[in-house]
Each structure stands twice: as C-alpha cells, then as structure tokens.
Write a protein that binds this ligand. Sequence first.
Ligand SMILES: Nc1ncnc2c1ncn2[C@@H]1O[C@H](COP(=O)(O)OP(=O)(O)O)[C@@H](O)[C@H]1O
Ligand SMILES: [Mg+2]
Length: 280
Amino acid sequence: MLALEVENIVKRFVDDSEPVPLWQRLLGRRPRQVAAVRGVSFQVPEGEIFGILGPNGSGKSTLIRVIATLLLPDEGTVRIFGHDVVRERTAVRQLINRVSVEAAFFKKLSAMENLMYAARLYGLPVKEATARAGAILDRLGLPRKKRVIPLEELSRGQQQKVAIARALMTNPRLLLLDEPTTGLDPKSKREVQEFILEAQREHGATVILTSHDMEEAERLCRRVAFMDEGRFVALGTPAELKAQFGAHPEQSLEAVFLACTGKGLGDEAEADRVLEEVSA
Ligand SMILES: Nc1ncnc2c1ncn2[C@@H]1O[C@H](COP(=O)(O)OP(=O)(O)O)[C@@H](O)[C@H]1O
Ligand SMILES: [Mg+2]
C-alpha cells in the first residue's frame, strides 16, 4: 500500500524582499510570488524511510508542511493512505505527526509531562497514555530520574529524542521528521538516528525525513530524493544514485549531490572537502 502519493505539488509565497509600493498596488500591481516548491511528484510505500536532501532554502520544509496539512498547495495533490490532504484534512491528521527542528516544547515541564500532554491533546485515556509514555521512554533509554526533571535540563540530543517520542505517542502511520538531527553533536546524532530506526521497526511507521547530512541519509533511508531550488533533481536508492552519477559505491552521497547539482550541501569547509574527494 502507498503511504504517500505526491503529484505535481507547487507552493508559492509572496516575495517580501521587494515590497510593492502602495501607489503601484493601487494601479493593480500584485506582489511578486516565488515558488518554494516547483512541481514535485513522488510515491512512498508503507514502511519505508524516505529522505529528502537538499541545501538550505531548497524547499524541504515547505514540502513537509504541505504534506502535514499546515500549508495549502497552490497546485497538485497529496494523498496519505489514500486521503487527500486538502479535502480530508481531519482524516489525514489522524494518520500523521510531524517533528520540526524548532520542536515546540514546554521546557519547564519534564519529558513525562510533555508526553502526557500530547496524549491528552489526542484524547488518549490516562492509563493507556501512562503505559505508552513509560514504554516509549524506556526504549529511548532515558533514565528514570531524567524523566521527571525540566526538559531544559536535558541535552539537546535527549530533547530531540523526546520530541520524536512525543510524536510516537499518537502511533502515527506516517511520521514526518524535518531535520531531526540538525545541530546535534555527533554522538547525540547517532543516538537519535538509532532511535528513528528502532521506532520505525517497532511501530512499522512510514518515515519521511529531511536532512542535509548525506551520511545520515545513507544510514537511515531506503531511498532519497535530491532537492534543489524547489525541484526533485534525482531520486533513488543511494546505490542507484551513485551508479547514475558515476560515483564509486564507497564514495559519499555528498559527492553525488555535487555531481548532480554542482552544489555542496551545508558549510563551505564541507563543500571543499567534497570537492577534493570528487577531484581525487
Ligand atoms: N512563509 C514563508 N513566506 C515566504 N517565503 C517562504 C516562507 N517559507 C519559506 N519561504 C521561502 O521558500 C524557500 C524554501 O524554504 P524552505 O522550505 O524553508 O527550505 P528548506 O527547508 O529546504 O531550507 C526559501 O526561499 C524561503 O525563504
Ligand atoms: Mg527547512
């Protein structure tokens, strides 16, 4: 069964970098629009972890927000387990959950309290919620005494794991993770990645994640799409993409991205390193 079907999604925003002066607006000039997503199509079968990779500003978060029913598409359709995100928003919302980089939390509340709060929002009975929160925190490996202290006293990695744990409270069939490991140190990153893999295995959820970490994508995703300037410029398993762009199997996906788009991901130093790797 298909968990997600995205067809020709276009999403435009008003370009507020050049505001239209009032007198021009009175003459009928409309503000310029820029398309953040320019006709993206793809399908994801149930149970897959699918990665959307691209540099900052390539449209990843906008696409995720359209899939998550938080933004209306200007063109195209998205179906989640057959339900249309625009016409069947309520049904869709019961099937999905989204975790974004800037995960909103109650930092003064503990991990346990945050999970219980999420459960209340979704109308889960208290007894069931307590049991499920306990089980999820066990799996997350958060020691008992850390579950009851304010979230702000946990490491960033632990906080991010709690954010994912909170999304799992509602047993989503489609989990949307927008840059789940951005800004984490390598060790926390590893732990969060482990947790995503485990959660996917245990809940059987389908996962769509965005990243600009190619190593992460290779570790977690069965297939990935390269996104650049609002478009998917390549899509396949990491091995397929390497073959398509003439990279060795042991070369990094970053090199493949560079070969495909002429761009690096992430920071300059990283791009230099990749350039060296490609020209070597
Ligand atoms: N609410 C918004 N209003 C105007 N422009 C936006 C808005 N959200 C995103 N954009 C623009 O759309 C483009 C894609 O942004 P985004 O989807 O956040 O990319 P990414 O997540 O890949 O970094 C960027 O140029 C960004 O400035
Ligand atoms: Mg983003």
